[in-house]
Design a protein around this ligand. Sequence first.
Ligand code: GLN
Ligand code: ZN
Length: 718
Amino acid sequence: MKTYAYGFPRIGFNKEYKIYIEKFWKEEISEEELIKKLTELEKNIINVYQKYIEVFPHSEMTFYNEVLDTAILFGLYNPKNLKEYYELCRGEKALELKKWFNTNYHYIVCDFKKLNKIEIFNNIDNISLVFKRNSKFPHIIGPFTFLKLSKGLNDKKFREVFFEMIYVLNNILKYFNKVQIDEPAFSMELTREEIDIIKEGYKKIDSDKDVYLITYYDDIDFIEELYDLPVKGIGIDFVRGKNTYEKILKIGFPQHKTLIAGIIDGRNIWRSNFNKKLDELRLLSKVTKDIMISNGSPLYHLPLSIQLEKEIPEDIKECISFAVERLNEIKLTKEYFLSSVVINQKPIDEILFKYRKEKIFTKEKIVEKKPSYEERREAQSKILNLPLFPTTTIGSFPQTQQIREKRKQFLENKLTSYEYEEFIFNKIKEVIKFQEDIGLDVLVHGEFERTDMVEFFAFKLEGFLTTKNGWVISYGTRIYRPPIIYGDIIRKKPLTLNEILFAQSQTNKPVKGMLTGPVTMVAWSFCRDDIPLKEVAYQIAKAIREEILEYEKNGIKIVQIDEPAFREKAPIKKRNWDDYFEWAVEVFNLATNTDFKTQIHTHMCYSNFSDIIKYINRLDFDVISIENARSKGDIINEFKDIGFNRQIGIGVWDIHSPYPPKKEDILEMLENVLKVIPKQNIWINPDCGLKTRSWQEIEQPLKTLVEVANFLRGKNSL
Ligand code: GLN
Ligand code: ZN
């Protein structure tokens, strides 16, 4: 028995990954220096692995994203230098970013339609593959997963390209003796044809090489069909693939192959229960002797080490394992297994029991069915009295260096809370004036007080912990710190009431109260394993509802509940979706179950609604704002198809692009929308918050939005 691990976070103990890449972008260091720095970082990672683990890939480093690296490895893109590589990742000509399975990590999408020619060849000498080339045991995202996540291939082309990639893969394998190939897409719901293609292709893989085929994130429906492939080992996520685990116990595992048993969790942070893990291992070892104990999914979903956190209470800390601690767990599991010691570990739910007083999911009926949308609409429009095509923004305004600096000073006690608050309130005053001058109809307070749309609420709510160094990469060099939910969520004090009320006191126009929704809150936090997600979300929903009730008491007329991660935790297999969306819809509706005269907005900033539109339509909002600029308006048809009769905010400006939107483009977009959505249901807004932009970048576009609205009002008066 051996130990195996993969996917260790590349961020670095001092955020070296982010720092050096961004230095390169600012032209502060050269290409050679960046390569040198990331090579050092890679060495450090290997050193960490070596302390705990026997077998692990030696190169998982990437300059940005490993899916893009696969596209380059097979010649689909051929950047001549790192500058060209990064042009594929960011800037005007960048490829699309998409969420990676049901995680908050993102990958670069290869669009075959936009390629000049599709030619598959071994491109391992490409500059951006320097880490793979120089490694004895590299890591590659497999061709099936790569193609499954790409765009613009029909079934026939998919087949062709897949087989070509397998052919070229054998060429690439000549450089190495060992390689790890990740095929997480095997955990999707695949068709018979797709499974056959996988088998046919992988049968041709060079059997002289040690190929470790690693799958993760969910059950593999066709696991037994992978048994004859000429690979050395198969990795399976037993943490999230319980059915596959049961199945293997029943049907066995091929004798001449290594089972890379992913029994240690790579996605959540709660310490492993060794007795449970050892039981699993014992049963597996009856099926096969050739086992490597491993993590169930890549470790980069976890922060680096809990030891870096000095302020987390000891009892909770002892329950937490980040990436380094996971490696140690893999090591210990093996040692315990071989020595058959008795393990005396206090169960986590016992330790954390005191933080969970409320027996949560009592579902007491605070919920009264809201009146119909028509009734709500009538009441609301009397109160709000908005013009046709109301204009608004999604919430945040530029988070400038100055704001971050002040917050830092405040956290370091160099600024009193009074001084900090005064600073924030001044900002709010400015942004209200700014919006009034531009002529927007529904105003926002700008969200200057927030570090992040989830972490900010975690600071305020009981039951949440935040970390100082618990960074996780979301994409490229973008990092965030997921909060930890360890107990009952209770709202002991207002979340953001003072800011909203102050903003409203500065204007006669309506100010939207801004809150992050319960589904997004659980999606972007680490939640307990022993409490169902829906119970946690239910408690958060109750807290949000309390906040809205208080807004209402104080005269706020509009509230927006952001749910950008509404679909994120939806299971990979669609057959499991109903269960998930059942509670996701329920908690959203609980949070917004307040006075029907309050206009409820929600915001979701992705396109691709087609498969979830029926769930969205069950949410009790009055206005939904959506992305519309990047998808060129396609998504409107989804709303038309379900006979959507509520109001919709059209995200006409792609705020992720530094280029201002053109008036003609916006008008054209809206003329198209007007063909399917009645004019009295249309709002005009950017497609997301403005926090990443600068003040110079937002003024003109917002003015353009208002001009367009005025123009359309003239043309379409009732
Ligand atoms: N209200 C948030 C903002 O404007 C919404 C962010 C998001 O959708 N990701 O920043
Ligand atoms: Zn958004």
